[in-house]
Design a protein around this ligand. Structure first.
Ligand code: AMP
Ligand code: GLY
Length: 423
């Protein structure tokens, strides 16, 4: 079959790698893709938000299955556009992708269906938000309602900071219309875990757990980023925690979305905080995590196409999802200055070191092929992943592999997976 993947980051590279392993697949296209994805797919110059062009391309090439990697097109209704054209596509429709597209929606859903989450209030006016803050306990968390590249969350330690935050989100509109509505949420503490799951609208099957490192600097300092590295599995996500989440979070979320007339078909990403009171949902995403996909997919034993087709056709209950009994660590190599400002266009050397090396992967995020060779083309440039017999072994392998690639302005965190030592 012919498969089209929509997106251009490390996540889509990991998806392309996984799809390429399937015996069912003869040809892969990726729109718009990147220099690494080219190894498995023919990249086409159509942007992820160009729905009409994507649909026309899928028809012309007789694509059998389109997989949407990114959040923006999903929230914008790309799945509805493909379905309206009679095309087979994997991802939630617009009315279900709202679980990621509106934090106010997802908080209200959780409240209504008694799914554990941090206490909160939604606001549509800055005056009401400021009044509420006067009596609120600090620290407190402000969240722009809509998509903001993972940067629309402000953790405020003082009332002054929180007031400035309201201005940033609701008045200065730093995150654009995403800040028309704002969630003010109780600050909770604990270990964070990302759990990705395949969903067919009724059944939800979770993949192995992972943990991201969102802040730019070592020791969780600096600004929030899209994610600077991941490890899988999380040693804190014990069988007991998993059982609790299955019972009180995952299936109730599936059932709530179905009850609301918004059946969720696609990948549901639950961001959890394991608090002293038990696991609480921090956020939902409607797609694979990036860089969570880069540690989870290399550990998956199943043929991804079989699982995706089971989701679309509504028989996910028949799939036995299985993962290797190993571990994986991904260290993101970024451009120095990310996530604020950074230079692009530097030649990347050493990519060939990953060729035919079992258990080592170099997923491209922001790269481009030019006549000089493959060059840096984004804030997050590469995701270097290695597997190992256990987390410590995987971490040692991943950091060794980060030395194989060189480019000017290379920046990475040196403490990805530090939490492993505290488990
Ligand atoms: P989100 O985009 O909602 O996952 O938020 C980004 C990051 O902000 C999360 O990964 C957490 O580290 C942090 N965060 C979000 N909500 C809370 C909260 N209620 N309490 C503490 N930290 C939070
Ligand atoms: N790594 C977090 C995300 O993909 O949203």
């Amino acid at each position: 079959m012919k498969v089209l993947i929509v997106g251009s980051g490390g996540r889509e590279h990991a998806i392309a790698w996984s799809v390429a392993k399937s015996d069912k697949v003869d040809k892969i296209y990726c729109a718009p893709g990147n220099a690494g994805i080219e190894e498995y797919a023919e990249c086409v110059g159509i942007g992820a938000m160009e729905f009409e062009k994507l649909v026309a391309f899928a028809k012309e090439k007789e694509i059998d299955l389109t997989i949407i990697g990114m959040d923006d097109p999903l929230v914008g209704g790309v799945v509805d556009a493909f379905e309206a054209a009679g095309l087979r596509v994997f991802g939630p429709r617009k009315n279900a992708a709202i679980i990621e597209g509106s934090k106010a929606f997802s908080k209200d859903l959780m409240k209504q269906y008694h799914i554990p989450t941090a206490a909160y209030e939604n606001f549509t006016s800055p005056e009401a938000a400021l009044k509420y803050l006067e009596t609120a306990k600090m620290p407190i968390v402000l969240k722009a309602d809509g998509l903001a590249l993972g940067k629309g969350v402000l953790i405020c330690n003082t009332l002054e900071e929180a007031k400035t935050g309201v201005k940033t989100i609701m008045e200065d509109k730093k995150f654009g219309d995403a800040g028309n509505t704002m969630v003010i949420e109780e600050f909770v503490t604990g270990r964070e875990v990302s759990v990705l799951a395949f969903c067919d609208g009724k059944t939800i099957k979770c993949m192995t757990s992972a943990q991201d490192h969102k802040r730019a600097g070592d020791g969780d300092t600096g600004l929030n980023t899209g994610g600077m590295g991941t490890f899988s599995p999380s040693p804190f996500y014990t069988k007991e925690v998993e059982d609790f989440c299955e019972k009180y979070i995952y299936q109730p979320t599936m059932d709530a979305m179905a009850a609301e007339g918004r059946p969720f078909v696609g990948i549901l990403f639950t961001g959890l905080m394991l608090t002293e009171e038990g696991p609480k949902v921090l956020e939902y995403n409607a797609r694979f995590g990036d860089p969570e996909a880069q540690v989870v997919l290399p550990r998956m034993k199943n043929d991804i196409i079989e699982v995706i087709e089971a989701c679309i056709d509504g028989h996910l209950d028949e799939i036995d999802l299985q993962f290797e009994d190993n571990a994986a660590v991904c260290v993101v190599l970024a451009s120095d200055g990310y996530p604020v400002s950074y230079e692009k266009g530097y030649v990347i050397d050493g990519l060939e070191n990953f060729k035919d090396r079992d258990g080592y992967y170099c997923f491209h995020a922001g790269t481009k092929r030019t006549e000089k060779g493959i060059v840096t083309n984004g804030g997050r440039v590469l995701g270097v992943t290695a597997t190992g017999t256990d987390l410590k072994d995987a971490r040692k392998n991943a950091y060794a592999a980060t030395e194989w690639v060189k480019f000017d302005n290379k920046y990475m965190r040196h403490d990805i997976g530090k939490a492993i030592d505290e488990a």
